[in-house]
Design a binder for this molecule. Sequence first.
Ligand code: GLY
Length: 595
Amino acid sequence: MKKNLSLLTLFLVFFAIACTNKPVQTTDGTSSKSKDLFVLFEEDPNQKAFFSDRKGVIGQNGMVASAHPEASKVGVEIMKMGGNAIDAAVATHFALAVVFPFAGNLGGGGFAVIRDKNGKAYTLDFREKAPLKANRDMYLDAKGDVIQGLSLLGHLASGVPGAVDGMVEIHKKFGKLSWEKVVQPAIDLAEKGVILTDREALGLNNNKQTFKKVNGENTPYFMNPENRDWVKGDVLIQKDLGKTLRIIQQKGRSGFYEGEVADLLVNEMKKGGGIISHEDLKKYHSAWREPIVADYKNYKIITMPPSSSGGVALVQLLRSVEQYPLRKWGFNSDSTVQVMIEAERRVYADRAKWMGDMDFVKVPMKELMSREYLKKRWSDFNFAKATDSKSIDGGTIPGYESNETTHYSVVDKEGNAVSITTTLNGGYGSKVVVSGGGFLMNNEMDDFSIKAGVPNMFGLLGNKANEIQPEKRMLSSMTPTIVEKDGKFLMAVGTPGGSTIITSVYQTILNVIEHGMTMQQAVNALKFHHQWLPDRTVYEANAFSEKTLNALKSRGYIIDAQKGTLGRMDCIMLRPDGTLEGASDPRADNTSVGY
Ligand code: GLY
């Protein structure tokens, strides 16, 4: 009996190993098992590949990649104190709300993708919700026209915040350190002050007039004690925010959604014509959702289902180009870029038509991601000529450009991995600072389709699936993602960027998997973006060689150089030697810290 048992055990072990390592046949007929990974990327002398030559940060025990050096340091300190990646992520989140008010937040929301040390995946949707008093036409005038700016600036633009509940939920489920300990570093930063970076000083100065317009003279963010513009090196102390954080530290969820802080928030809403009520706050709960787990070749993509469109769209994009030899064609060669653009065109048209909050509308996720469906969508593709977006659906709309929102990735020494994207929507959200609470409110209501056929601030269209309803979540593009290879964690990926989030994550993953880049190279790599409408491709300066540009233009593609940059990635990869590579974007203050 004993002998039989040990034979059975032996068989099961062999079987498990055989399954894990089984080479997967790819659609171009090759076996892709590990052969492409970590093969060094070779730069083509005719094709500039990188925005910068920044090198990745290597860590043995843990890594935090975030939008701000102080926030990343906080996360690592928490891990050094014995916390896991989830503790570190929560501490990083609260720290970002203090040191990076541009997008870090208490008054916003977001999405968390978690892969625990045993390989089990989870996703938490802590996206904001429309208030109970919201209605479909709340941003339209009597004639049915959109009232410009109403969904973007001021009190009526805010959805019910989800961030604090989200942090409480992930900490409750996975945290090792006490809640008190993980919130403390943010309190210290708020009370002792944070040294402003150039970028943060500029952001506050640039928004000074808008802060005044929305909040009156008493907004803490523009009240420089010396009554001048902020400059790099100034210390920003946020006493009210510190007090709010202390209450959250003492009371957890109820410290934000009930009691003193809730009173301040609701009073602020009343003062400025907003509609978020005590009932809205009490009723808000984030939602654990079944993660999207989809294969791309022999990688596993673990990502976010709706209310973000990001996960479905990412899988659609990857699978649309799976049939092509991108590595052979080369990074940003004309053929590579062409098939990627054509995939983007079709996928963003699907996004507009099908996607919305799954608690309210049925999103045909499986169908949209199925290879049969994607093959049909590809049937009108022609290498000789760009597809016309109008032939796919819709009309023409104005442009989009944005780098708001923020993403952080955390991996600990046990192998827990966290990928979180969170936002206030626009930079500093609705610009409303809750008086006495010291935190900014989101302007996430603009992510609803406020009128069918009218684009949001990112130029994205939507229709019925994403129309406003009380307690519904507005559709997002946030794409926090974890990639697995051979049953093991490979990378945690994500970025801000509004509608460009999905395409930046898509390119970064392909840069590693198809082009053999390191994590940092993939982040540094120059990027481009197409979103169906407007029917044009934008690209970062130098992203396309003359040859690529000419070839694409001759096939009818409308291509414009982007004024700014694309993406602010914060990613982590497990290297073959078992160390972690933190890769934060050189395009802003983003910093990886490892240990
Ligand atoms: N607010 C940007 C997004 O959720 O996609």
